[in-house]
Structure formats: structure tokens, C-alpha cells
Design a binder for this molecule. Sequence first.
Ligand SMILES: [Zn+2]
Length: 374
Amino acid sequence: MKTYKFKLYKSKKNKYLHQQIHSASSIYNHCIALHKRYYRIFGKYLTQGKLKSHIAKLRKKSSYWSLLGSQATQDVIERVDRSYQQFFRYCKTRKIGTPRFKSYRKYKSFTLKQAGYKFLGVNKLKIGQKIYKYSKSREILGKVKTITIKRDGLGDIYIFLVTDFVDEEVYPLSGKSVGIDFGLKDYLITSDGDKYKSPEFFKQYLDKIQKLSKLLSSKKKGSSNRVKAKKNLIRAHKNIKNLREDYQWKLARNLLKEYDNLYFEDLYLKVMVKLWGRKISDLSHSEFLKKLEYLATKLGKFVGKIDRFYPSSKTCNICLNKIDSLPLTVREWCCLECKTVHDRDFNAAKNILRVGASTHKGESVRLLVNKSNF
Ligand SMILES: [Zn+2]
């Protein structure tokens, strides 16, 4: 199973989809009301079959409800049924309430299964009698199983496709380990000496965001221009987030392709945010680590963290001599014992690798630690 998300082009036609979502929310709430009433009168659970045939009858009479295709209607009923099943399963062991009504504002999507849609041409999708265009950012692999039409808080519409494609992402084991240090100027520095430049999306977009914030505060409260300005600002933030996510996934994949064991420092990020403010939040190392760990587990690779109190920057990776202080501004330093000149970050990455490997797997220690160092 693989899921794709595409954005629908802005078009006047999209109002029909919004109407269908409204219609779905109305059906959903009606089902909840029926469940409650049925239980009050008969003291029993309203089965899915009964609910389906009842709603089908009502739908014939209601032009508003019939806006939503029969497939999507079935799905709404199944959603209600699922939430009741969940309630019955857990109500004895957990604190869980009966399914609730949802306001149409909070109701965001409807789903089509085998029918009710058709793909046309390169990027067109027919839903009901209307044809919509979407921005096809990637090829669709596998056969489409379901389509969910979903709107977000900005009123934009996205389609989520689930296909039967089996994602066999396998990265062969390379036998290689690496220590990685997070930097400020560079996003990552590896013990192999690779440096990944920081993308700093936020900085790139900062001017734009400042402009949009100013514009927003200049608009009258409650005016439609203010609503518009606010939407633009949210959209700009969203763009940055998307770019950052993409960058992080790509980087994580590249690293996992090359290495089996990856070691990091357990960063105390809150302290770092305080020290460096916006910049470090922009780099968002912890988010990156989460992605990397997720993929590593999936691919059978290892991500390890070393103690955050280990002085990885202040220890010479050649002779293990530790110096007392190393201000952040110092990028290069010379070890007084063995006279090696160190690049600050590269030296740290090497230490992270050594410490990580020695605490993780007994065998790797032999590979990595030169005995003459002790
Ligand atoms: Zn040294």
C-alpha cells in the first residue's frame, strides 16, 4: 500500500467538492442521531446493514444528500460504524465517550472506493460529472484502491490516493558506520569528512513572511482582506514546512543508503534553542532524527545516540586528550599533546563515532579504536 497526496488546482468547480463534504457531514451527523435514537427506543445497537438501507431511502428524497455519490455515502456509514465498534471494544477498559456529532467545519473529507471517479489524461480526475485538475508531483505506482477528497483549513482541496503498490525499499547492508555531528553553518558533518550545507529555508522565506505579517496587521479586523492576508501568511509557513520535510527525508535516505550504523549526540535541544534562537529551530534537528530513526527501523539499520555530556568537541580524537574549554566561535584548534590541528565539527563527529560504536556493539570497537590511542 502506498499513499499519494496531490493538490487540486484552484477552480470555481471546487465548490462542488466542498458541497459534497458538507453533504457527507450532514449524513454523518444524521447517522449518529439515528444510532442514539435507536438505542434509546430499542436498547440495541443499530446494525450497519439497517443503517445503510435506511439512509439509501432517505437519500432518494433529498437533493442535498444525493450530491454525495452512493459510494461515498456508504463510506460515511462505515466510518460511523467503525467509531461505534471502537467504542464498544474499549468502553469497558478505557475512558472513551460515544461517537459525537461533528460540526461541518470540522468535517473535512469523503472517500470513494471502487467507483465514482475516473482518471483522465495526465492530471485530470473525474468525480461525479465534473472534471478536476490536480498537480501531479509524482508518478502513481500500483492500482488505485481508494480516493479521499480532503479540504484543509485554508479551503484548499487535496486528493489522497491509496494504491496496492508494495513498497520494497531495501538498502543493502554496507557494513559502514558513521558518527554525525550537527552544526550551525553546516547541517551535518560526518566522521568521513562530508559536510551537508544547511538549507535554512526559514531565512530564505523570512523576508516574505515579514512582509506578509506586516500586511496582515495593517488590515482592518473582521475585513475580508484580513482573512485573505492571514491565509497568505499561513500558506507561506506551510511552504517552508514542506520544503524542510522534503529536505529531511531525502537526507535521511541518502545517509541510510551509505551507512548501517549511524551515531549522534543526544542533543539537549531546548538549551540549544535558547542559545541560538531561531536559527536552530529552523534547522530542526530533532525532527530530522525522528525521520531517520523511523526509516532506519524500517530498513533494518541502526541509529544510536551517545551521552549528551560526553565532551565530543573538546576531546582530541587522535590521542583522547581533553581540553578545558572551546568557545563556539573557535572553528579550528590544535591539540597540545599530539599537535594535531582539528576542524571542530569533524573532530566531534569522529569522537561520536568512536564512542557510539564502543557502547553499541562489542565487535565494532575493535574495528574503530586504534589500540595505540590508549
Ligand atoms: Zn591529541
